[in-house]
Design a protein around this ligand. Structure first.
Ligand code: GLA
Ligand code: ZN
Length: 677
């Protein structure tokens, strides 16, 4: 599938990063022209500006001073660079906190914060909304026809929450809209428990360590509300941009699996999804796992943007400064990190940051340009190599993976599971479980789309939904239709327990999914780390950890049974023919060995071919398809060379033929334009 370039008329892979020239105003004659030269020589074509510039752009209330940005935008244009122009809501000026204390956040323990740090504004505050919309409108008016304006970077890494009186009020309105009457809310939340019946919406307080912290339905709805607040705030602050610069795309930089925002919901409001990628590379054998973790994050961020090309908005060109041990990136890792983003559908490789500041907490965070200020650094040279290579790969721009397999990762389900007190009550390991399924599928060299319960299932051959504890409205019906129409659905233990209000389904689990799976899931055993069960399937024995569901086939066929305990002989793996399709149920948590063997057999049976055969461990393999062709990516996350079997094609960068057994050096990223369909 071919998409238009993210920035209109700029059909190349974007390369650049966060740039804070306002920190160098006093040295601008020396620094700014040098920055332009250093950027161009490193193959940089894009810089993100204005992210934390509010105090310089509006030094006093209502008094705008755009002079620094005028100059920078002109310099970018004169040098053929594009601006990812930010709205400054990520950090507010001090005068605002002083004059309007309502803009300061209040913590869950009801203490108002002092001025400081960033991401610390109340999302409900009418003053904050008014101020941000005013400056955003002024920015849009000023730069709407500027040749450097490529896109909008709305705020920075939205996150956190606010418990102030204004937010409580909005929460009440939100609840009233959702439930209509307080009686309905009480019923939905099962509030006769502990005599917690509310008499009005106004009486509902957000969860707090000094108040209600034990009502799962309240916690779930507070998370929904907070997440909706971000979408609402995004829509509010991007409205002037949309109105004044309708053709310029807007994004907000996301943070992979950040818990507080349902990114599938926020993602629907973005023109393009973007995210900040900070893998904790170790420079040793553990990097193979880091590579797979990062692969998941990229695919998730593509998923929340609707599977279109997305942007890696930030990544570190060298050590970060916030890990317990901040290691340098060993040579080769930077290229691998950049190429992996592209491999998973990113049309950009961007860094935090372009130039290191002299002061402040991030002065030792990796940057393209060091305090030494020269081209002679190792990091600058490696960034330049990435820049050169991205230039050679521009035919990839706008292409996208064509996955036949979807894997479900759902924020609301995650929130519901977090408060669910059963089994391993402090951590049901939902995210780890989805990642384990992902690693099995990717490890077999299949492209995978990450979706949530609200996404369409049509078009996929196989959909995998691990631990869908909470079924969101309409999801069970969509699964039924998908399978009836010929799809293959794979579900697991702890599925179909509760509805959207966290109320248990009556009449047996997996609730409304019972028919499609053809079974009844009666009880779930929790095993501690010393306890296991086992089962045999297709001649091999596998171990069960953590969870074992006791299920009864009601139409499904048992493919394997537990070996031990009082539920020995109960089915642990079932298959049910439903309509034209099949539904599988994996009743216990297994290791990656079973998931890999199971999916290998299933996908082969379904006639889905892997991108390459026998992919070695620690290698990430993806593809992108567009009007320019079919591109195959092979990325070695191992500190040793591996051999991969490549279908016939040419290296995209120089046209040299590749075919069959090919050696990948440690951390090498190979990009092949293949001949195949
Ligand atoms: C985040 C922020 C940046 C910077 C980096 C440091 O991603 O968006 O402003 O603080 O972290 O890693
Ligand atoms: Zn607030």
């Amino acid at each position: 599938m071919q998409y238009p370039p993210i920035m209109k008329g700029f059909p190349v892979l974007l390369h650049g990063g966060d740039y804070n020239p306002e920190q160098w105003l006093h040295m601008k004659e020396e620094i700014w022209p040098r920055d332009m030269e250093l950027a161009k020589a490193a193959g940089i074509n894009t810089l993100s500006v204005g992210i934390f510039s509010w105090a310089v752009l509006e030094p006093r209330e209502g008094e705008y001073d755009f002079s620094f940005l005028d100059e920078i935008m002109d310099m970018l244009a004169a040098n053929g660079l594009k601006a990812v122009l930010a709205t400054p809501s990520g950090a507010k000026p001090q005068w605002m906190a002083e004059k309007y204390p309502e803009t300061l956040r209040v913590d869950a323990d009801r203490r108002r914060r002092l001025y400081g740090t960033r991401h610390n504004h109340c999302l409900s505050s009418p003053v904050y909304r008014e101020k941000i919309c005013a400056i955003n409108a002024a920015l849009a008016e000023r730069y709407k026809d500027h040749p450097a304006l490529g896109m909008w970077h709305v705020s920075n890494e939205y996150g956190g929450e606010c418990h102030c009186p204004l937010c409580q009020q909005r929460f009440h309105t939100w609840l009233e809209k959702r439930y209509g009457t307080i009686d309905r809310l009480n019923a939905a939340w099962w509030n006769t428990f502990w005599s917690h019946l509310y008499t009005s919406f106004d009486a509902v307080e957000s969860p707090s360590p000094i108040g209600e912290c034990d009502n799962p339905a309240l916690s779930l709805n507070w998370r929904r509300f907070t997440s909706d607040q971000f979408r609402d705030f995004y829509e509010c602050e991007s409205a002037p941009l949309k109105a004044i610069t309708p053709g310029v795309p807007c994004t907000a930089n996301l943070m992979a699996t950040y818990e507080g925002i349902d990114y599938f919901n926020l993602g629907r409001a973005l023109d393009v999804s973007s995210w900040d990628n900070y893998p904790q590379w170790t420079g040793d054998a553990r990097d193979a796992d880091v590579l797979m973790d990062t692969a998941f994050n990229h695919d998730l961020m593509r998923g929340v943007g609707g599977q279109k090309p997305f942007m890696m908005m930030e990544s570190s060109p060298s050590a970060v400064n916030w890990q317990p041990v901040n290691r340098l990136r060993r040579p080769g890792i930077l290229m691998l990190q950049g190429m992996q983003a592209v491999a998973h559908g990113s049309d950009s490789v961007q860094y935090f940051q372009f130039r290191k500041g002299r002061g402040g907490t991030e002065k030792y965070h990796g940057a393209v340009v060091d305090h030494a200020g020269t081209k002679e650094t190792r990091v600058y040279r490696e960034v330049s190599e990435v820049g050169k290579r991205l230039g050679e790969l521009s035919a990839i721009t706008g292409s996208a993976p064509e996955s036949r397999i979807a894997l479900i990762y759902d924020w609301e389900n995650r929130w519901a599971l977090k408060t669910a007190a059963f089994g391993h009550r402090n951590n049901h390991r939902y995210e780890a479980t989805v990642r384990a399924h992902y690693c099995a599928l990717r490890g077999l060299a299949y492209d995978v789309d990450l979706i949530d319960q609200t996404c369409a299932l049509e078009g996929y051959r196989v959909v995998v939904g691990p631990m869908t504890y909470m079924l969101r409205p309409g999801f069970a019906e969509r699964v039924q239709r998908f399978v009836a129409d010929g799809g293959v659905y794979v579900g697991t233990y702890i599925s179909g327990w509760v509805d959207e209000d966290d109320k248990c389904f009556l009449g047996g689990w997996p609730g409304p999914l019972k028919d499609v799976f053809g079974l009844w899931d009666e009880e779930t055993d929790a095993l501690d780390e010393t306890q296991h069960n086992h089962f045999s399937w297709q001649g091999k024995t596998y171990r069960v950890d953590d969870y074992a569901a006791l299920i009864h086939a009601r139409g499904a066929e048992a493919l394997a049974q537990y070996d031990e305990n009082f539920y020995r002989g109960f089915p642990v793996l079932t298959r049910h023919a439903y309509g034209k399709g099949l539904a599988y149920y994996i009743a216990a948590r297994t290791g990656g060995d079973f998931l890999r063997d199971f999916f290998a057999a299933l996908l082969q049976e379904q006639g889905l071919r892997p991108l390459v055969p026998d992919l070695p461990a620690g290698v990430d393999c993806t593809s992108r398809v567009g009007s320019e062709g079919r591109f195959l990516f092979l990325l070695n996350g191992n500190p040793h060379a591996v051999t991969v079997c490549v279908p016939s094609g040419v290296r995209e960068e120089d046209g040299t033929p590749v075919r069959g057994q090919t050696e990948l050096q440690p951390w090498e990223a190979l990009v092949v334009r293949t001949d195949g369909e």
